[in-house]
Design a protein around this ligand. Sequence first.
Ligand code: 1YM
Length: 642
Amino acid sequence: MSNEYGADQIQILEGLEAVRKRPGMYIGSTSGRGLHHLVYEIVDNAVDEALAGYCDTIQVFINKDNSITVIDNGRGIPVGINHKSGLPAVEVVFTILHAGGKFGGGGYKVSGGLHGVGASVVNALSDWLEVEIYQGGKIYKQRYEKGHVCYPLKIDGECDKEKTGTKVSFKPDATIFQETTVYEFDVLKQRLREMAFLTKGLKIVLTDLRVEEGEEPIVREFHYEGGIKEFVTYLNRSKTPLYQDILYFEGTKNGVYVEVAMQHNDSYTESSYSFVNNINTPEGGTHLVGFRNALTKTFNDYARNNKLLKESETNLTGDDIREGLTAIVSVKIEDPQFEGQTKQKLGNTEARSAVDNIVSEQLTYFLEQNPTVAKLICEKSILAQRARDAARKARDLTRRKTALEGMSLPGKLADCSDKDPANCEIYIVEGDSAGGSAKTARSRATQAILPLRGKILNVEKARLDKIYANAEIKAMITAFGTGIHEDFDISKLRYHKIIIMTDADVDGAHIATLLLTFIYRFMPELIKQGYVYMAQPPLYKLEKNKKVWYAYSDDELNAILAEVGRDQNNKIQRYKGLGEMDPEQLWETTMDPEKRILLRVTMNEEAESEIDLTFTTLMGDKVEPRREFIEENAKFVKNLDI
Ligand code: 1YM
């Protein structure tokens, strides 16, 4: 360790100590999410270098010990002395809080992680961090431990004169990231893919080195010359496009660089994603408002001028035009202002008019040049308008009914007696017969049962009027109590656990998918706030010498058999469905809060466009040994294709 830095250095270390004391303030949280943020912070600096035009390849490695290495082929972080601090610029970047930003001058920093605090925060929260810079035929190197400089920047060998770039390796500090220090390949993969889409031409390669001895590393490469146009194609990959073109608008106005790509598909849901400086803005903001204004105005003008909409007919609404639309709205702006509760909503007013102007002008031109596409979109919007009118009437009717009759709960619901939602659970059960068993088995005070008959409606493939008319969906909406869409109110939720219980077979998995799709589309907050679970019924029952075991997978059955011995005294029953269990068995294996296994449904909000629903295990104390294979099992439902 060097102690030659004097007063400046003391100041610096205090800065980073602040980060270690309150990591959440700088990276949002110290959960798995924060852990992954560290990678994005470092990658962001490399992406900035790409946006400045000096770098075209970024490599990210997950090393065997869950440390991370990021390499770019940009100019390399400057190694010259920074006059203000008397330190090499690279040391300032890694040891001074809030360094980065508008630093070396020239160009503006456009990407930037959660709070744009960058490399020094990663350094502060790492057990160790090493940076290598390739410049002028030399390799410069410096190492830090928990943010402290280990030695002054040194020259550590030579490299090809032509080679330039930066390599950063770090290992997150396990005393800070107490929940987990294990990186998830899929989480990094999704965000890095998104970054590659948003930066056309940039190649990002992700490599997972945590494989068995002798096995090949897992490598994914993301490189899109078409940028967000290819992003739209990717998002529509499992849908049927309404027309072949991807509409693409681009330009700069009021200092805002605007890029929009869009295409309609034959579904009824909108999938628009907005970004500011490559960061997702799930709550939208001025850029999205500008985009929507432009769409609504331009399509209504076009439809009127071309007599697709009669004078007597009302204007198309934004929702009508955006039915089945997949769109990416990406702006780059020098000084983004974020507002709203989670600071994820863009506030800059110049972004609204920039997006509005650019989209209006270029979309008007496109529609004039492509009358066939224009007509297809207008016709779909007009159909949407009619369906929406019908849906509104149906909904008004139910609203009026509710007002008249009070909130009448669905007849099939066996409600619980406790009225405190925090204590209450509702089991959504596949089939009337399993529903019957569950009603007998349940703990009446806190467990409600709602049986559903057969396959529920696929909300991806139905218009609103049909959805509102569906009995199973109506039953769920009234039972949950929250309402949907603009009426949604989480404080009215009647159960803090919504548990989906389906057979452990392909049909059951399909029904679970349909239910999750409905919840995700109509009440996403329930998933975001962790209220939705999957029950885990067993696959086998083993009886031997009056003792009973339940196995939740083939592997577990084998493990139990290995323990108790394979002989003729074993009585094995394979459950084909929930209906085969008597109420007692159902209670014991799947519903008893002391013993059951529940998987909580979560989503990777970092890469919202992937809608990745995953499941995390929650269970009673007595089932500890089951953890491993249940997590194995959970993988098959990991990437629900919804
Ligand atoms: C693997 C991480 O950090 N690359 C990187 C960072 C910088 C530069 C190039 C860079 C920027 C500028 C000039 C400039 C940074 N430099 C600074 C600072 N990869 C990674 N590649 N020359 C090189 O912005 O003018 C901060 S980041 F402040 F030192 F200039």
